[in-house]
Design a binder for this molecule. Structure first.
Ligand code: HMG
Ligand code: MG
Length: 310
């Protein structure tokens, strides 16, 4: 067997959370079904956060209720505190994610808590999750820069990641929330965090604000990272990081890995159809170059089959 990566689809949550127009629950559920049909096996479907803070996610319980069960598919949800966790458990969540930041100011803006307070809040959440046999993932935001504080020391990211890992998070997703990272910084970051937390338990979560996300994925892959978060059509943005745009597009990653001979388990054509469908619903074109190219009659060279794994 060749190399394989795990792609965590965050479109239904990170991708949609910043959309101004409230999207019908049925559209979110159809998006999730189309992602499953395209081969995604790990999908972050919603967040149990305050509807006053993130109105788009106010239908979280309805989304959970409408999910279809598929063998091998794991749905996860964000839970910022015990209140969100308990609501997620009541909605039958099997995997949850807690989210901290490596920037004090961002932490306060995003979850109204200092970094230390947020980590304290995660203790009972992780304890409960482990007791109930739920998987728990940890996020650290602003790992390569903060919209309020600028540069972030990788040692700070390493320290917070380790605390979350020691609490019982099975995976730590490193978030370049505002997409300011470049491969050199990614290397320093992963070397620093990898000294505290096993590299195989780290995930890359790159936003593509400056067009560097794919380059950052390549850099992270070279350092042993095998899990990447991505959002179909490059949807997304963070409401507490002005100017932040979407995650790296899932189809850009599938194209990259297909043509590198790395298995993703995802059908590129079905994924691009999904990207076109959700973008049309939102009244725009897909953000990703791959979806644009594959939908253009001009782009693909005739002697390359872009849909096949090399
Ligand atoms: P708070 O106002 O500090 O909470 O919010 P509180 O404990 O003081 O309670 C105030 C009110 O909120 C109360 O209601 C609580 O019931 C309610 P009231 O009595 O006023 O009616 N409340 C909740 N309601 C629903 N769900 C909950 C919850 N907790 C309290 N879980 C809180 C604290 C964390 C809830 C709030 O700040 C919040 O919801 N923030 C939203 C954070 C968010 O979703 N950000 C975007 C996701 S993170 C991200 O995108 C980054 C990532 O992608 C990685 C990367 O790119 O870097 C993951
Ligand atoms: Mg994000």
């Amino acid at each position: 067997m060749g190399e394989r990566v795990k792609i965590v689809e965050v479109g239904p949550r990170d991708g949609l959370q910043n959309e101004k127009q409230i999207i019908d629950t049925s559209i979110k559920l159809e998006l999730i079904e189309r992602l499953v049909a395209a081969g995604l096996r790990n999908i972050e479907v919603t967040s149990f956060v305050s509807p006053k803070w993130i109105p788009q996610m106010a239908d979280q319980s309805a989304v959970m209720q409408g999910l279809k069960t598929h063998a091998g598919v794991s749905y996860s949800v964000l839970t910022p505190n015990l209140q969100g966790f308990e609501a997620a458990v009541a909605a039958d969540a099997k995997e949850v994610a807690v989210f901290a930041a490596a920037s004090e100011t961002f932490s306060r803006k995003n979850i109204n808590a200092s970094i230390a307070q947020s980590l304290e809040r995660f203790v009972p959440v992780t304890e409960q999750a482990l007791k109930l046999g739920l998987k728990i993932r940890g996020y650290v935001s602003c790992v390569l820069g903060c919209p309020y504080e600028g540069e972030i020391d990788p040692r700070r990211v390493a320290q917070i990641s380790k605390e979350m890992f020691d609490m019982g998070c099975y995976e730590i997703s490193l978030g370049d929330t505002i997409g300011v990272g470049v491969p050199d910084g990614v290397k320093r970051l992963i070397e620093s965090v990898g000294a505290q937390v096993p590299v195989e338990t780290l995930a890359g979560h790159f936003h593509d604000t400056y067009g560097m996300a794919v380059a950052n994925v390549v850099a992270a892959y070279a350092l042993g990272i095998r899990t990447f978060d991505a959002s179909v059509a490059g949807l997304g943005g963070c409401p507490y990081a002005a100017g932040a745009t979407g995650n790296v597009a899932t189809e850009d990653l599938v194209w990259l890995f297909n043509r590198t001979g790395v298995e993703t388990g995802i059908d590129l054509k079905q994924l691009v159809d999904c990207a076109v469908w959700i973008s049309k619903y939102l009244g725009r074109s897909p953000q990703s170059r791959v979806a644009q190219a594959l939908n253009s009659t001009r782009a693909a060279p005739v002697n390359i089959d872009p849909l096949k794994l090399l």
